[in-house]
Design a protein around this ligand. Structure first.
Ligand SMILES: O=C(O)C(=O)C[C@]1(C(=O)O)C=C[C@@H](O)C=C1
Length: 372
């Protein structure tokens, strides 16, 4: 191609791009107009809720949000992935909710942890988030009303259950208002991107466990040091060139660290489940889970008697965990997750029978199942 031809070709590309960009500008104008219209609707919803003057007005409606997100994901014609569409609509709803009320969400910190990422995934960027260093502090802040909701980890697909969270439910009056599933990607990071002089790798014990095989293969001689959180690990690595950290991308950008090896978790399906805790009961969304806390007398067939009514009423139990009771009165508490909502007939009938059978039973919450 001579230079005249190549100039013509370049011009043609620019003309074509210019045309497409004009279309994008026109679409953006429409999106902006529609966003503004939606935001006005949210303001109207807020005013209507205020006018209704209920004592405990619920501006945040997790069941409604779940329905919206499921609907748009189902309708999504592509080519954007469902997960991307959900994330975009989450932010729209988050910004609309902020027009109604500024809610505060406490989470297991510090900033840069996966729990922060989970809180942002669920509530969007327009809510105020407050980090606390202990799971019990997150519960306390919500119980005291300093925060409206809390986000705490409950289980990881590799590391198992987070017993601090389960145990806290035994003494707390709080309810479970939602769940969040977050794909966890662990990354090896340090200040220089050079591992030659590194003698220590810091991380949370759960993260070290999730990367154990990878570390055995790649850094068998480097000491692994468990610290309070991944973010703390990143902070330590940012202050010491002889150390590295295993943490999420949030922590890398927060502490200005460079990622040496991304996605080093042993299991490609490494997911952590988080719970949203609050003071309210959540109405049914159409695809819900119910968590209960139950204890029974010790004795032969005790657990069978708890499970039998569930089977008879056709309820699926998706998880059962046992924890020792904090006093000697009962031996064990069981945490059960059941498919369905407390307002459904089968659930009510089964729980009424369990109430007769059990020493103690409490519904921790019925809430929408996690969305993407
Ligand atoms: O439908 C409501 O109740 C609203 O407040 C509107 C809206 C939304 O933007 O769609 C905002 C916040 C709620 O958590 C749920 C939905």
């Amino acid at each position: 191609m001579d230079s005249v031809d190549s100039k013509d070709a370049e011009k043609a590309v620019l003309t074509k791009l210019g045309g497409i960009r004009d279309r994008i500008d026109a679409i953006d104008n429409q999106i902006l107009g529609l966003l503004s219209e939606r935001a006005h609707c949210a303001e109207e919803v807020g005013e209507t809720k205020r006018e209704a003057g209920e004592k405990n007005i619920k501006f945040y409606r997790p069941e409604r949000e779940a329905q919206i997100l499921r609907r748009v994901t189902e309708l999504n014609p592509g080519p954007l992935a469902g997960e991307r569409v959900t994330a975009i609509f989450r932010e729209i709803i988050s910004s609309c909710l902020a027009l109604e009320q500024q809610i505060k969400v406490a989470y297991l910190g510090p900033a840069g942890t996966f729990t922060e990422a989970a809180a942002q995934k669920h509530f969007g960027q327009a809510v105020g988030t407050l980090p606390f260093m202990l799971i019990s502090e997150v519960f306390r802040e919500v119980e005291a009303g300093t925060a409206d909701y809390g986000v705490v980890p409950i289980e990881n697909s590799t590391g198992g259950v987070i017993s601090h969270t389960l145990d806290r439910f035994v003494s707390s009056p709080l309810k479970i208002c939602g769940e969040i599933h977050l794909a966890i990607h662990q990354n090896l990071m340090n200040k220089t991107k050079d591992m030659s002089g590194v003698t220590r790798i810091y991380s949370h014990e759960q993260s070290l466990m999730q990367c154990r095989d990878w570390l055995d293969r790649n850094y068998p001689g480097v000491a692994r040091i468990a610290v309070a959180s991944n973010a703390e690990a990143a902070r330590l690595a940012s202050e010491d060139p002889k150390s590295a950290a295993i943490a999420g991308e949030n922590a890398a950008s927060l502490y200005d660290l460079k990622i040496i090896s991304p996605h080093i978790e042993d299991s490609p399906n490494n997911v952590t489940r988080f719970l949203v805790i609050g003071k309210e009961d959540v109405p049914a969304s159409g695809n819900d889970r119910t968590s209960i806390l139950i204890s029974t007398h010790n004795g032969s067939g005790a657990l069978y008697h708890l499970l039998e009514p569930l089977k008879r009423h056709g309820l699926d139990m998706t998880r059962i965990e046992s924890r020792p009771a904090p006093d000697t009165h009962w031996d064990y508490f069981f945490f059960m997750d059941l498919n369905g909502h407390i307002s459904e007939d089968a659930m009510q009938a089964a729980l009424a029978e369990l109430d007769d059978e059990a020493e103690y039973i409490r519904v921790l919450g019925s809430y929408a199942k996690a969305i993407l």
